[in-house]
Design a protein. Structure first.
Length: 192
């Protein structure tokens, strides 16, 4: 059974979240921290606690992507935090500079709740995985990594998708163990 998605956001709400992300990055560029919202004034969808990722791109190339699979913050604050972290705390990139920001595209992914995705072996996992729909979290001891569903746009083959997820976690491609576990999720993604 596929994960059920638990949130719908109107175009207006999506636009408001994109503006919150942009304001949070502007706060960082001005020398402050992530935009802080008054959680008591957040209502409806903006007050629900869900995982979020914010992806920044420039000229269609990744410039930062940070988020959390689960959040204890309301959605609007989680977006503000993820946007700030994508711009200034993604260890793969230098901090975003003001001159880059105007041409930086923001995309937000809101995650469904994580759902246990047990598999008896690699073949079973690959057979039940839904390309282009499933995000996947891999865990085995201290090894952990995830790919959002949009990674399928770059890695369309399920075998390669799984191998790259293993490599991202620090494990060899083709790895399998009795202790490896998976969770899957879906996303609602939207951007500028």
């Amino acid at each position: 059974m596929a994960p059920s998605f638990c949130i719908n956001l109107s175009e207006s709400e999506q636009g408001q979240l994109l503006e919150i992300a942009r304001q949070s990055i502007e706060s960082g560029l001005a020398g402050g921290g992530a935009l802080q919202l008054d959680s008591e004034n957040l209502a409806g969808s903006f007050s629900i606690s869900l995982g979020t990722f914010v992806t920044l791109t420039r000229s269609e190339k990744l410039r930062g992507c940070v988020g959390s699979l689960e959040s204890s913050h309301p959605l609007a604050q989680a977006v503000a935090n993820s946007a700030f972290n994508a711009a200034f705390r993604d260890s793969r990139f230098p901090q975003l500079a003001a001159v880059e920001f105007e041409n930086t595209r923001i995309e937000i992914s809101v995650l469904s709740e994580l759902e246990s995705f047990p598999a008896v072996d690699r073949k079973d996992l690959l057979h039940r995985l839904c390309p282009r729909e499933d995000g996947l979290l891999l865990e085995d001891g201290n090894y952990r990594s995830t790919f959002l569903p949009k990674v399928w746009d770059m890695i369309a083959d399920p075998e390669e998708f799984l191998d790259q997820l293993l490599i991202k976690a620090g494990l060899p491609g083709g790895y399998w163990s009795e202790t490896i576990s998976f969770k899957r999720y879906r996303t609602l993604s939207f951007g500028e």
